[in-house]
Design a protein around this ligand. Sequence first.
Ligand code: TGC
Ligand code: FAD
Length: 408
Amino acid sequence: MQANGKGNGLATHSKGAKEDRFQGHDYYNIDELLEDDHLLARDAVRTWVKQEVSPIIEDYANRAECPTHLFKGLAEIGAFGPSLPTKYGCGGMDEIAYGIIMQELERGDSGIRSMASVQGSLVMYPIYRFASEEQKMKYLPKLASGELIGCFGLTEPDHGSNPSGMVTNIKDDGDAYILNGAKMWITNSPVADLAVVWAKDEEGVIRGMVVETGTKGFTTPEIHGKWSLRASITGELVFEDVRVPKENVFPEIRGLKGPLSCLSKARYGIAWGAIGAAMDCYDSALRYSQERVQFGKPIGQFQLTQKKLAEMITEITKAQLLAWRLGTLANVGKATPAQISMAKRNNVHMALEIAREARQIHGGMGITNEYPVMRHMMNLETVLTYEGTHDIHLLITGMDVTGFNAFK
Ligand code: TGC
Ligand code: FAD
């Protein structure tokens, strides 16, 4: 495909998939900091994304449809719970391997990374951390293999940034709890087999539980009309007198630190994932700048284009180093929630800014689905908001450095 802006690319796209010419960018030789396992995982997922995601993603995003057939492939490449133990059918790898897998998936599309983040970090991780051994053996191997799909219900219509205000609740009823309430903006809910749900008990204490979607009184209506994360399916969770067996309620964990510790795991993955989206935008813009000719020379020869590209690779390199260092801390259990917030906030914002600059470099072609940049840009608006908004993460950093809590 020529970057000539004559519109022939759009026609070609409608006839079939176009070639994915992405190549990774490693300006500071960060690969030398990685182990062989990390590089193997990175290359395997990159190849899978080129084969399975790139040829179809523009079409699915265009139609606002989730490529649910990819759940099986994601399981096969080990994207579900890569750093959870092999005993439960998971990858048994370290946190850097987990991060790099998220980077490569989000290079394809943030929605594909979301499919894996939710399953691995927000469904399997809480079951691994908080459920009984019997429940772990019941659910984790089937979630790892993609036989079961899960979702995570924390956000409510009236409680997004402030989940401690949640009103979804459980009441004791002998051998079960009766669950009532509603959750909003739940990734994967309309296609899920089970949900990890957070609700208040009769003392007002937040508890976590697994609720199977076939249960009477439990519905998962889809949310339509998203201009962002269009290849990801999002819905509600509605509970009307749903009986949840007591063995499905996590026995020990109490309070908001339960769901927030799952968010730490997922936010860490997003800090890596956003680098993938940024690299894809940079890669596309760099190539376009070398091929697109205006005023008799490639636009990459103009200083203003070089400024954009030089700043992009600088920001990507800084984000890579931040993620790598965070990964080494996470590997020894020393990554704090505030450090994770800083990396999620910085790297997602960096990716969104790069997507916007890359869109400009592509000129008019940048708004089409001939190039991935506008899709990444629209996706990143969601990534900036979910898992804690950009401003909430700033306030977490502010609280950490000043000691003053701006939320109370
Ligand atoms: P606060 O009093 O600060 O904390 C309550 C307890 O939790 C502990 N804690 C954490 N623990 C682990 N990891 C973290 N990140 C933690 N942050 C706090 C804290 O130490 C305390 O423990 P304890 O023992 O004293 O009880 O709670 P707060 O009510 O003041 O809230 C603070 C705030 C605003 C930072 C928090 O509510 C927050 O992070 N809000 C943002 C909500 C959010 O991120 N929602 C995400 C929903 S899930 C989602 O978006 C999935 S997208 C899926 C996809 O990828 O597709
Ligand atoms: P609000 O909390 O209403 O915030 C609105 C604005 O007010 C934001 O700019 C925010 O930063 C600002 N604000 C709020 N409080 C403060 C404050 N104290 N100081 C300064 N500014 C403040 N949730 C789940 O539980 N599970 C999921 O799987 C999931 N998937 C999602 C998928 C998508 C596509 C989207 C869009 C969201 C998803 N979410 C999910 C929900 C997501 O986590 C919330 O949207 C997010 O936490 C923000 O909540 P809110 O949308 O209610 O915004």
